[in-house]
Design a protein around this ligand. Structure first.
Ligand code: PMP
Length: 441
């Protein structure tokens, strides 16, 4: 009997014992092509020598020193590297242990910023339906995914959730993409005016939506308009790049492609590439200065902030991504994967949409391409695809999304940046087989 809690399936899953490049290996020796990097984590693949050696070297020198007393070389080096490569205006880094810690810290930082600025009435967050920002109470409150929130209603903060930017389902017939982008962004202004803009502190969004709908990119101009609205009403823009950041979309930060400058930027997953648990909240000098010149102390913290071993892993990962040209490679291989998916599923009767950026791609399954009608949820299509793919030695990340009762089955693909052309072909072929098996069931 396993004592691990919680077990999501009645059946004991295979025991993972090894990893080589894009493959994971279980105790029976079966190999799985890791086409989702866990959940967009393993950007360098498995067994990367540079990162392993950096972690081992750091453990030999110093595993841990508490930030209440010390800083450390790897934490300083990682913060420098992130700021050097971050969007303009971002120049401070708060190192945490994962995505939820990054978004939770972002929410608290936004609030403290306005308290320090003498605007204590600003305490409301606006976020989006069909979003995921983590599972701690603040982060879960920000997320708009009904399924994840349902049981915890009484514990959650009062956050406003506007419609997401979701061209496939929400762009009107005949509406230009840019006009839709502006219209979708204007929902932020409407909500600000509804609740009173002087009570709002920030808007939080994922530039490319991950865990709730399978790699949904924004419509052109959406985030530029969002930035304008944030500036008009003096609220902060928090971008959650926990999943889509660190090169995954073909630029180091996804928001670079939208020409938008966040005030606070959260990253995790790809930052440690799975070698250590690490995340980071980056913020502008203006926010930092307000606190530094005010109370002088961000009223937050965890035991493992700035953890030296995790920071050494993060530094080795980001250096590798930059020095080995992996951001460009991700963009290139992303195009190759996109072409392979278009070739196999472009005309597929049950694949309504293929979307995403770089090696962050999603497929939306529908029962009818013309009407975009989703499958009856009782068929559990996404779960069946995951199971059939896993059986065939392919790991992909399935999900069922909800916005206002509209359900959908999605598959998210986020393979390592080192994926080869032959592995892209293997991925597409196995996914094709898994979709066929799921639809036949
Ligand atoms: N934000 C986003 C966009 C995510 O995708 C996730 C994880 N899927 C999180 C936050 C939470 O990260 P973690 O699971 O590391 O706490």
């Amino acid at each position: 009997m396993s004592h691990i809690f919680p077990r999501h399936t009645a059946k004991q899953p295979p025991v993972a014992v090894g990893g080589e490049g894009c493959y994971l290996i279980d105790a029976s020796g079966k190999r799985y092509l890791d086409a989702s990097g866990g959940a967009a984590v393993s950007c360098l693949g498995h067994g990367d020598r540079t990162v392993i050696d950096a972690v081992k070297g750091q453990l030999d020198r110093l595993a841990f020193a508490h930030t209440g007393f010390f800083t450390s070389e790897p934490a300083e080096a990682l913060a420098d590297l992130l700021v050097e490569n971050a969007p303009e205006g971002i120049d401070r880094v708060y190192l945490v242990s994962g995505g939820s810690e990054a978004t939770e810290a972002a929410i608290k930082l936004a609030r403290q910023y306005f308290v320090e600025k003498g605007e204590p009435q600003r305490g409301r967050l606006i976020a989006r339906k069909q979003s995921y920002h983590g599972n701690t109470i603040g982060a879960l409150s920000a997320g708009g995914n009904e399924w994840r929130r349902k049981q915890f209603g009484p514990l959650l903060l009062d956050v406003s959730h506007i419609d997401p930017c979701y061209e496939y389902r929400l762009r009107a017939e005949g509406e230009e993409a840019e006009a839709y982008g502006r219209r979708a962004a204007d929902a932020l202004e409407e909500e600000l005016l509804r609740v009173g803009p002087e009570t709002v502190m920030a808007f939080m969004a994922e530039p490319v939506v991950g865990a709730t709908a399978g790699a949904v990119p924004p419509a052109p101009g959406y985030f530029r308009r969002i930035r304008e609205i944030c500036d008009r009403y003096g609220i902060l823009l928090i971008l959650d790049e926990v999943m889509c950041g660190m090169g995954r979309t073909g630029t180091l930060f996804a928001c670079e492609q939208d020409g938008v400058r966040p005030d606070i930027l959260c990253v995790a997953k790809g930052l440690g590439a799975g070698y250590q648990p690490i995340g980071a909240m980056l913020c502008s000098g203006a926010i930092y200065d307000a606190i530094a010149n005010g109370s002088g102390f961000f009223q937050h913290g965890h035991t493992y902030i700035g953890h030296p071993t995790a920071a050494a892993a993060g530094h080795a990962v980001v250096s590798s991504i930059l020095e080995r040209g992996l951001v460009e490679r991700c963009a290139r291989q992303g195009e190759a994967l996109r072409a392979a998916l278009d070739a196999r599923f472009g005309q597929h009767a049950n694949v309504g949409d293929i979307r995403g950026r770089g090696l962050f791609l999603g497929l939306e399954l529908v029962s009818d391409r013309a009407t975009k009608a989703p499958f009856d949820p009782s068929r559990g299509i996404a779960g069946r695809i995951k199971a059939a793919a896993f059986e065939a030695g392919l790991i992909c990340y399935p999900m069922s999304g909800t916005i206002d009762g509209r359900l959908g089955d999605h598959v998210l693909l986020a393979p390592p940046f080192i994926i080869e052309d032959a592995q892209i072909e293997e991925l597409a072929e196995k996914l094709d087989g898994a979709i066929a098996t799921a639809l036949a069931a």
